[in-house]
Design a protein. Structure first.
Length: 295
């Protein structure tokens, strides 16, 4: 299938989309959105002037129709989702959002009902637009760089007045190999200091459940789950996290989950490889002491 990737110059996201494209075809073309060096090599590379779908629709649809692309890949991020729907309408194309797997027979999978079920689809004739969920595909190694040619700009329907980048200390959650997450069960925002101390000893990052974010204990950017960050660390500590289906959807690719909760019936234990039933105020300091002793 002749494939086009549409994405920013973020190499990690690009790497995941390249992996997906290779399951369907040998190589893909790329439309890179906005500024930044383009990592990797592609058939053809175009640069779009911005990341706003309302401004890119006509230029992208004309390119796709002219080049005859059958598969269009975007990430299931705010940028990708903002482009995919309107683009599919312009093309009269089928669209599947938040794809989580591609089978050997090129069947396409996406999770449903908070990852409690998986649906499989088969691509038919005509162009197909897919948004790919983060962290479900191993990112391809992108060697070298590519020089893009300009994609003609369409009508500027929306003007970006200001863009505020969220400042977050430490390792980004999406890249962390170890994450220590606190839920509503930790009781107060100041108790996240204990989790931060533990994460620091493990060179990890600190996350939060939606409950903890709703309480105002952590910023929205720290939220892990279906409506937050999708993560895939090697080790994931869930401290005072009940294990709602939306949260479990965000950690479905975590390799080892360790749960600490006073409630022995908490849903998080069904996902955990190891669990401590007890007060985290006793368990976490004991873990910190053991880490310091073995440092």
């Amino acid at each position: 299938m002749k494939t086009l990737i549409i994405e920013t110059a973020n190499p990690k996201i690009l790497g995941e989309l390249v992996t997906v494209s290779r399951l369907f075809a040998g190589s893909a073309d790329l439309v890179v959105l906005g500024e930044g060096e383009v990592a990797g090599s592609y058939g053809k590379v175009f640069r779009a002037p911005d990341t706003l779908g309302a401004n890119l629709g006509s230029g992208l649809s004309e390119l796709i129709e002219r080049e005859g692309y059958q598969l269009i890949l975007l990430s299931a991020t705010a940028v990708g989702a903002g482009i995919a729907g309107p683009l599919a309408v312009r093309l009269g194309a089928a669209i599947l959002s938040e794809v989580t797997g591609v089978g050997a027979d090129l069947s396409i999978e996406r999770s449903l009902y908070g990852s409690k079920a998986v649906a499989q689809y088969r691509a038919g004739a005509g162009p197909l637009v897919l948004t790919v969920k983060r962290k479900y595909f191993e990112a391809a190694v992108l060697a070298g760089t590519s020089e893009p040619q300009a994609l003609p700009a369409g009508a500027q329907r929306i003007t970006l007045l200001e863009e505020i980048e969220e400042e977050r200390q430490g390792i980004p959650l999406e890249d962390a190999e170890v994450i220590v997450t606190g839920g509503r069960g930790i009781g107060a925002g100041e108790n996240f200091a204990m989790l931060s101390a533990m994460a620091g000893l493990l060179n990890g990052a600190v996350g939060a459940s939606r409950g903890a974010v709703d309480e105002g204990w952590m910023p929205p950017g720290a939220q892990i789950g279906q409506t937050g960050k999708i993560v895939a660390p090697g080790v994931y500590f869930a401290v005072g996290v009940s294990g709602a289906s939306q949260h479990l959807a965000g950690i479905s690719n975590a390799k080892c989950v360790i749960a600490i909760n006073k409630d022995k019936d908490a849903n998080i234990f069904k996902r955990a490889r190891f669990g401590i039933v007890g007060d985290y105020k006793k368990a976490v300091p004991a873990l910190i002491a053991a880490l310091k002793e073995n440092a």
